[in-house]
Design a protein. Structure first.
Length: 246
């Protein structure tokens, strides 16, 4: 199945894709998560065909911009808290306060976390990684629960990691609803629990008369809920590239 086969006109399509696990393979060191071969070329090509193309990620915009240095591809970082849209960068008004909050959480996480856990400060969110030490799952979950209560943050499970997010009304679903525009078709491609709200946003858009396609990225770690909600399941990031280039 290819993108061109599931939408009417590419030039009236809005495409949203996640980053980690979707256009970039998940790796032990998050800093080394580079796009799969052909992924960026596929996004650039679609932009040239008139597809409104957006990468929606929990990653900071600075990281995304480094990996996706391409004019025409919009970037939504930290689940909508910061963005580059139409070449213009913006962030939520309380960004500085949220960064201070996350710095405090990072200090607690480093001080109290088990040896082998990695703390990733994304500026306005924190991720606790245990991929290299899966035996730490229960300890990391307990720490995340404690941090969430202490600092009044949302705790979200991800792939062999747990994320701490400020309690603000932003997620991938709200970003999709805001940026879908006037296109007649909307496609979202994702691989994790954080993408479930985006699939929910497509439900809303479908109810308003738009054509929508929910694409899940298959892997041994694909959440059952996301797979159940998907219209199409592709095989890993290379399957995403194939879907986008066909």
């Amino acid at each position: 199945m290819r993108l061109s086969e599931v939408v009417g006109e590419l030039s009236s399509t809005a495409l949203f894709v996640d980053y980690d696990g979707t256009i970039a393979p998940i790796v032990d060191d998050p800093r080394m998560a580079h796009p799969a071969p052909g992924a960026i070329d596929a996004l650039v090509r679609l932009c040239g065909l008139g597809v409104r193309t957006t990468v929606v990620s929990g990653r900071p915009v600075d990281f995304l911009a480094t990996m996706i240095a391409s004019a025409g591809v919009d970037l939504i970082g930290v689940y909508g808290l910061e963005r580059v849209v139409g070449g213009q960068r913006s962030e939520v008004a309380v960004a500085d306060e949220l960064r201070q909050l996350m710095a405090s959480i990072e200090r607690d996480a480093v001080a109290r976390g088990p040896s082998g856990m990695t703390v990733e400060n994304k500026g306005m969110s924190i991720t606790l990684h245990y991929r290299q030490h899966p035996e730490l799952a229960a300890d990391v979950a307990a720490l995340a629960a404690w941090l969430g209560t202490r600092w009044s943050t949302d705790v979200r499970r991800a792939k062999q990691s747990i994320e701490l997010h400020p309690q603000v009304d932003f997620d991938k679903g709200s970003a999709v609803l805001e940026l879908a525009g006037n296109e007649s078709s909307v496609v979202y491609v994702g691989d994790d629990e954080g993408d479930v709200p985006a699939f929910g946003a497509l439900d809303v858009l479908e109810g308003s008369g738009l054509s929508v396609v929910r694409v899940a990225v298959g892997s041994p770690e694909l959440p059952q809920l996301l797979e159940a909600l998907a219209d199409i399941v592709v095989d890993g990031p290379l399957g995403v590239v194939e879907f986008l280039t066909g």
